[in-house]
Design a protein around this ligand. Structure first.
Ligand SMILES: C[S@@+](CC[C@H](N)C(=O)[O-])C[C@H]1O[C@@H](n2cnc3c(N)ncnc32)[C@H](O)[C@@H]1O
Length: 518
């Protein structure tokens, strides 16, 4: 049996060994350890899947200091059998060897991907190195691609990261019927190079489940936000079988899950969209109803000025016409010129930027304006000379230069986005200033019952994280696409957007159902 002492020592060692390396060095070798609570959660899931009463043997192909070895002993107890671990870097291998010497654990200082299997294991659990393809030298990459082709007949792209090769080639070390579990980036589900992995998972083995972490699963470090846990069994797959897709909560007790027929999953599609898929799935989520953004927010377009050239003022124009502050409302620049994801307010709630813009907004009629603020009246007159007052929106207002009054909103979203290469099409901007916006943005106003909670800075920041964690696919599916990959979302479409993850922070208000008595 392993003592708690080993885990305490392992944690301390992890910290000091990691600290001796630069971030760049750790990136090059994919050296980011699994947090112990997560390792235990993953092992618990594996324990649920290992129904047999025998002891289980474990292979850890990229063992580091052995977070999974520790979790294996903790969760499997006396069912934890022999374990084998590989570690390429002696910086971690030597201390790991010393740490685990008294256990039934064989540790080898080697490149796992070059070793020929000499045994067959019941289970593999791994957090492989996330080394990107451009850090793998050409010869190694070619030899790995040949190995994959030879093992399962799949052509893997030269752009595949090292973790893809680990997932596929390690299967040689599993006994028939053995289980394999991988903490890997979600990326393979979305990008081209991931096709080989998807093909392998549905056609060469039996994919059991994929659990995706959400940005709100705060118990995990940031690096794991876009990670998932993939579990498969080494058996020839049936023509059709069901795969569990889950997200939120923990791996062993997910918050939301759906079953997907393997036959309907194609290697061409982005599997991440399946996590939001209501078709062909058995879904459980927040009490049987899906929370929508409109349950928490009223979404409105920003102000339609009628002529931004006239109504949006820079400091030079304000100075030239001595326009007093009371006729000016801070306004965000257009998204084309405003790339930040948050806006902080400084004194007076103004934007914390050098290029502050203002919306001109005045209710005074022209004669009062002329008498009390002659320079401002001049500005209005020069607008009339340009016939701004005759424009559709302006002509329907009295006076024509008085815009709609608007409160600042805590969250703002540009209503258009381009899809091509960017990871994110739509971004939610956290607005801590008094700025409002023109109609190229959508403004999210908390419903009355949530305003108090969202006024709290930390809650506001959590809500903002949730908004930005909403997948690109889900947002795309809710809006419309125009030529050239331009996506747009209207207020109603955004209010209809499913946001089950928001219920972790804001509880949906129960609707009062009135029963009529006859
Ligand atoms: C993401 S870390 C995970 C460590 C450990 N399994 C955990 O979960 O904390 C990956 C580890 O694999 C090691 N590694 C990288 N390439 C390897 C290779 N080709 N063979 C064996 N180990 C390798 C790295 O040095 C690193 O310690």
């Amino acid at each position: 049996m392993m003592s708690d002492d080993i885990e305490t020592r392992r944690c301390e060692l992890q910290q000091s060994l990691d600290a001796q390396k630069t971030q760049k060095q750790r990136n090059l070798m994919g050296q980011f350890a699994t947090p112990y609570p997560l390792a235990c959660d993953i092992m618990k899931r594996m324990r649920q899947l290992c129904a047999c009463g025998n002891t289980i043997s474990l292979l850890e192909p990229s063992v580091g200091l052995g977070a999974f070895l520790s979790a294996f002993h903790n969760v499997f107890g006396n069912k934890a059998g022999h374990a084998l671990g590989f570690e390429i870097d002696s910086h971690y291998y030597e201390p790991a060897k010393a740490l685990w010497q008294e256990q039934d654990i064989d540790l080898r200082n080697a490149d796992f991907l070059t070793v020929t299997p000499d045994n067959a294991y019941d289970m593999i659990v791994a957090n492989p190195p996330y080394v990107r393809h451009h850090h793998i030298d050409t010869d190694t990459k070619q030899s790995l691609r040949n190995d994959v082709k030879e093992y399962c007949g799949i052509n893997i792209s030269g752009l595949a990261g090292l973790y893809c090769h680990f997932m596929i080639l390690s299967t040689k070390w599993l006994r028939e019927g053995g289980l394999s579990c991988w903490l890997v980036p979600c990326e393979f589900m979305e990008v081209n190079y991931g096709k080989a992995v998807k093909e392998f998972l549905i056609h060469s083995v039996e994919l059991l489940s994929i659990h995706r972490f959400l940005a709100t699963d705060v118990q995990f470090a940031d690096a794991l936000v876009s990670s998932c846990v993939v579990i498969f069994r080494k058996v020839r797959p049936k023509t059709n079988y069901q795969i569990l897709f889950s997200e939120g909560g923990s791996v062993s007790a997910p918050e939301r899950q759906m079953l997907i027929d393997s036959q309907t999953l194609s290697v061409e599609e982005k599997w991440t969209s399946r996590f939001n898929d209501n078709t062909n799935s058995t879904e459980t989520d927040t009490g049987g109803t899906t929370a929508r953004l409109g349950d928490f927010f009223t979404v409105k377009r920003g102000i339609a000025t009628g002529d931004n050239h006239f109504f949006i003022l820079d400091s030079a124009t304000i100075e030239k016409y001595s326009i007093p502050r009371k006729f000016l409302v801070p306004v965000l620049p257009s998204p084309r010129y405003f790339k930040a994801n948050s806006v902080s307010g400084c004194n007076d709630g103004l934007l914390d930027t050098d290029s502050q813009l203002f919306l001109f907004n005045c209710d005074l009629d022209e004669s009062t304006l002329k008498a009390s603020y002659p320079t401002v009246w001049q500005y209005v007159r020069q607008g009339e000379e340009r016939e701004v007052n005759k424009r559709y929106i302006c002509s329907r207002r009295t006076p024509w230069y008085s815009c709609e009054k608007r409160e600042p909103a805590p969250f703002i979203m540009p209503y258009m986005g381009r899809g091509e290469s960017s990871k994110q099409i739509f971004r939610f901007i956290l607005n801590d200033s008094n700025a409002i916006t023109t109609n190229v943005y959508l403004l999210l106003y908390p419903k009355k019952s949530y305003a108090r909670y969202i006024a709290d800075k930390s809650t506001r920041s959590k809500v903002w994280n949730v908004l930005n964690s909403i997948s690109k696919t889900r947002l795309m599916n809710s809006g419309r696409v125009y030529g050239g990959g331009l996506y747009k979302l209207e207020p109603k479409e955004l209010m209809d957007l499913p946001v089950p993850e928001m219920t972790k922070i804001l509880k949906p208000q129960t609707k009062v159902v009135q029963l009529a008595l006859f």
